[in-house]
Design a protein around this ligand. Sequence first.
Ligand SMILES: [Zn+2]
Length: 271
Amino acid sequence: MTENENLPKTPCRVCGSTQYRRFKRIKGYDLERCADCSLVQITNDLSNLRLDEIYTQEFHDEIYSWQHQEAGKKIAYDKSNYRLDEIERYVPDRGRLFEIGCSFGFFMDAARSRGWQTTGVEVGEYAAKYAIQTLGLEVTHGTTAAANLPADSFDAVAMWDVLEHLDEPLGEMQLVHSLLKKGGLLVLNTPDVDAYMRRLQGSLWRCFIPPAHIAYFNTKSAERLLERTGFRLLERTFALPRERLLQKLKLLDLFKTLGLSDKMLVFAERL
Ligand SMILES: [Zn+2]
């Protein structure tokens, strides 16, 4: 028994349980699996976590700097347009779209040019500034709660690569529920900790990056989160890199069938 086992545990971020099974220790953080909903999460005390110390210019540059070059930008806009094609299957009339964690704003920019009215939030100051000043988008630098948006006002909410970063995913999803109109669409992607692509890579998985990634979902814990916050799952599939290119090459359906991805893509309806 280690000393940690005598300390009170952080309650599970999805179901509130304090029963965990040891999963992995990565970069000094304890990742443990909830015995009830199966969410894998950091169970160390994160009360001193400072968002502005994580989502710095270096963080965004490291992950997104390629997007500033023309070829990279084309990939970002292709991806955005693929995602919008998918979203518009459910919301053909478009309308008001809210993006959480909009980064530089490329997805919002693509949506705006297709006739959506877009609003976004981004906690990284450097990326938010680009979205506001360079792309002229309606973006708040900060969290969803701080943006103080009107309830029941959005037709769709998008969260790309965001859920895994949240210390309080339950609270954020409750907020998303309140912002969406009844019947509105939630679309998100997040790493799948039980995808076989992840299991092949073990602890070397690219998505094990605590403390930036706090919560690691699988299909069960993602569905539990939706259920608990008033959403109905419409569709769950795989998120893939370069989806438009794969579609052109007629490989997208094959890749999805084989599950050649470590991320899930989820569509849900606000009840
Ligand atoms: Zn749980």
